[in-house]
Design a protein around this ligand. Structure first.
Ligand code: ZN
Ligand code: ZN
Ligand code: FE
Length: 749
């Protein structure tokens, strides 16, 4: 007996080989009908014997292609159509607003790698090989539906052989939009116009030169990782004093010659997202010392494009430094001309190609904390995967914070957080944000209704607000946004005790917050307490020279002679009059002060340096802590930062090991959180803020809380740092809007 069904599939189902999979499945079960992409997902019509249609439906869910993610599947029984006698893949249907999720960029797959390395294959050595299971996606998509004309591959006309594969549902490249071969695909070239770009690049790298390499989401600056002179040269030309460089390493096995790589970390290294994984460096570093000075970790990634794979296999390298190809503080270069101009003084050789990059995407950074991956930077490979919203967030557009900014666009009950954009301190980054936002709204088919911003009035983002015609923008406080993002990611709506340990952000009372104890739900937060205020002598200068914070905190509390002896590095240059003295409750600044006090870091040349270098000297076997407890004053918890600094100062005077002091400092903070949670009778605690990128603080806090039976909510899909702000802003604006609607409805009843 014949049955027919109409099936809708939504989620990440375009550009991931879904229709060929449907085609093969239909053939396997002797069904007739059709399938096509539309702007909402994939539409399927099938007909055949009852047991065959049932089996088809079952396997549609259970055996979907590896990159597909089905969020919704609706099937309805309909009347059979006797005019259909075979199974076909139909043209995409356009027209309505796009509702499909956009696929992410993924690393080269095993089969493509084998073909590329096989001299008998027609794509032997083709640096742009890909298939339905791998290759560029978000970086080349210009508009939906995801078809070749909507990508930056539109200009490359397929040769007959490629077209045959593209049109044949039995091949691995059926409707693989970026399909190409050496005859019809993009080509490598050199900035200087020399022959044989790949060989020239390899020779230059071997000779200690610096090469700008065009990648998937932008350029890298690249040099040999074991050549100290080359690495120093790169630091010098980039003006990057100490911030660690990432390495690209041949494979996971080679990575374990550089670092302690756990099975979980190896899995992340080899995942299709191919992030930079921050791992514990081996004691005796195999790479040049200047790769990652002052820290005991290394950021390692594996080759992820066919071009990277070729560089390693042809060049025989074990490890290359691969750092973002940008001018310090500016966005990553993505276009050939842009790179040739801006990186002119930095690179000796330019390895270019003519496939345009639509969307600028940095490498993502992941660190395994407490056995689970935590994103430190979310970009290539992870974007634009959707995040949940517990209510309608349609038309809300959140513009994030100022540092480590992202934007977030709401559609229906789903939030789309952009890639890491950067710190909004120049017009170029603002333009990058604008382009990212416009592109995201375009491909999602979202018309902005309400913009959501940080409460900070001086935000650069104000320039992105349209003039008139829309709802009033909504402003959300920074640390509440952190808490809301953490709760929403964990799908928790109940009021929850949250600790937001962070850098500086403007608080409700006009002072600089950053060590906040909040009672938060998705609508708002109540401040239950904070870190005791620290002076920031000279404002920003105190962040750069953290000794100033320690000095200001301790002077008057310990003898000045002792203080001068310990803080001897506070050079005369840095003791100029200190007119501007803002105060802050930021835990990040407490880390800085301790780092300076322990003679670890006196000048920060990149954000988080003092804390990262402090973490690096900790002896994790030291289990003690300092006897200073949080106190409640006028109903407000106070985390006694100054008393802690005094104890650390005295430990130093008593000749205690710095590695032990640093360990006890971290453990004391973890105890503070556990103590407040206990006295507030919390059963669930949220942790957010950049300080929780610190492995020891994260792990020790979590275990201290779990030991007392507290459920700990942490970020899993976004970074705990300021990249999560846009999502928290959007969720809060959505929650308030939903509340208002509910009230209005109740009023009507
Ligand atoms: Zn492939
Ligand atoms: Zn071709
Ligand atoms: Fe923050």
């Amino acid at each position: 007996m014949n049955r027919a069904g109409q099936i809708r599939v939504e989620g990440t189902v375009q550009g991931v080989g879904f229709r060929p999979f449907v085609y093969r499945l239909a053939h396997q079960h002797r069904l007739t009908g059709w399938t096509r992409n539309d702007t909402r997902g994939v539409d399927i019509f099938i007909q055949g014997a009852e047991k065959d249609t049932a089996a088809f439906l079952e396997e549609l869910k259970s055996t979907a292609p590896p990159l597909a993610r089905i969020t919704r599947l609706i099937s309805d029984e309909v009347a059979p159509d006797s005019t259909i006698t075979d199974f076909q893949i139909l043209e995409s249907a356009c027209g309505e607003a796009p509702m499909v999720d956009i696929a992410r960029d993924t690393s080269i797959c095993f089969q493509c790698l084998e073909e590329m390395n096989n001299p008998a294959d027609r794509r032997f050595g083709h640096p742009f090989i890909n298939c339905t299971n791998c290759g560029p996606r978000y970086t080349i998509i210009q508009k939906l539906p995801y078809d070749r004309p909507g990508t930056t591959m539109a200009d490359f006309e397929m040769c007959a052989a490629c077209r045959k594969e593209y049109e044949d549902p039995s091949t691995r490249r059926f409707h693989a939009q970026p399909v190409s071969c050496p005859d019809c695909g993009p080509q490598l070239s050199l900035g200087e116009g020399l022959d044989d770009p790949l060989e020239t690049t390899i020779a230059a790298l071997r000779a200690g030169k610096i090469v700008a390499v065009k990648g998937l989401g932008g350029f890298h600056l690249c040099c040999c990782a074991d050549n100290e002179e080359a690495v120093q040269q790169l630091r010098c030309r980039k003006g990057r004093e100490a911030r660690p460089f990432a390495l690209m390493v041949r494979d996971a096995k080679t990575a374990s010659q550089f670092a302690e790589v756990s099975p979980k970390e190896a899995e992340l290294l080899e995942s299709i997202e191919r992030p930079i994984v921050v791992v514990q460096a081996l004691e005796k570093k195999r790479c040049a010392p200047s790769v990652a000075p002052g820290v005991n970790t290394l950021g390692i990634m594996l080759p992820y494009t066919p071009l990277h794979a070729l560089l390693f296999s042809r060049g025989g390298f074990d490890a290359l430094v691969m750092t973002s190809g940008n001018v310090s503080g500016l966005p990553l270069c993505k276009d050939n001309n842009e790179a040739m101009g801006l990186l002119k003084g930095m690179a000796d050789v330019f390895l270019l190609h003519d496939r345009a990059i639509q969307t600028r995407l940095d490498d993502s950074i992941v660190r395994v904390l407490g056995g689970e991956p935590v994103l430190l930077r979310r970009a290539r490979g992870y974007v634009p995967a959707p995040l949940p919203a517990p209510f309608d967030v349609d038309g809300l557009v959140a513009l994030g914070g100022i540092m480590k900014s992202t934007v977030c666009v709401g559609r229906g009950q789903t939030a789309y957080v952009s890639q890491y954009i950067g710190t909004l301190e120049n017009i170029e980054t603002l333009e990058h944000m604008e382009a990212t936002l416009n592109h995201l709204m375009e491909v999602l088919g979202v018309d902005p209704m309400t913009y959501v911003l940080d409460r900070h009035p001086g935000g650069f983002q104000n320039y992105l607000l349209p003039k008139g015609g829309l709802n009033e923008p909504v402003r959300i406080q920074h640390h509440h946004a952190h808490a809301a993002a953490c709760l929403a990611e964990n799908e928790v709506r109940e009021p929850t005790l949250c600790f937001v340990f962070d850098g500086l952000g403007l608080g409700d009372d006009g002072t600089l917050w950053g060590g906040e104890i909040l009672m938060s739900d998705l609508c708002g937060s109540r401040r239950l307490g904070h870190l005791e205020l620290l002076d920031l002598p000279g404002g920003d200068a105190a962040t750069r020279y953290p000794g100033r914070i320690a000095y200001a905190a301790l002077s008057g509390l310990v003898s000045n002679a002792d203080l001068n002896r310990v803080l001897y590095w506070l050079s005369s240059n840095d003791r100029k009059p200190l007119p501007n003295q803002p105060r802050t409750s930021s835990i990040g600044r407490l880390f800085d002060a301790v780092s300076a006090l322990l003679n670890v870091c006196h000048e920060q040349t990149y954000e988080g340096q003092a804390a990262m270098e402090l973490e690096a000297i900790v002896d994790p076997n030291v289990t003690g802590h300092y006897e200073v407890e949080p106190v409640k004053e006028d109903g407000l918890w106070l985390l006694p930062g100054k008393a802690l600094l005094i104890q650390i100062f005295q430990a130093l005077e008593n000749g205690e090991e710095r590695s032990a002091i640093a360990a006890k400092f971290h453990r004391t903070l973890a105890r503070w959180i556990a103590a407040v949670a206990r006295q507030e009778s919390a059963t669930r605690v949220g942790l957010s803020g950049g300080c929780f990128q610190n492995r020891l603080l994260f792990e020790w806090t979590r275990s201290a809380l779990e030991e007392q039976g507290v459920e700990v909510l942490v970020h899993r899909r976004l970074s705990p740092g300021d990249e999560c702000i846009s999502y928290g802003q959007l969720i809060t604006a959505g929650a308030r809007r939903a509340n208002r609607k509910n009230k209005e409805m109740n009023a009507c009843v």
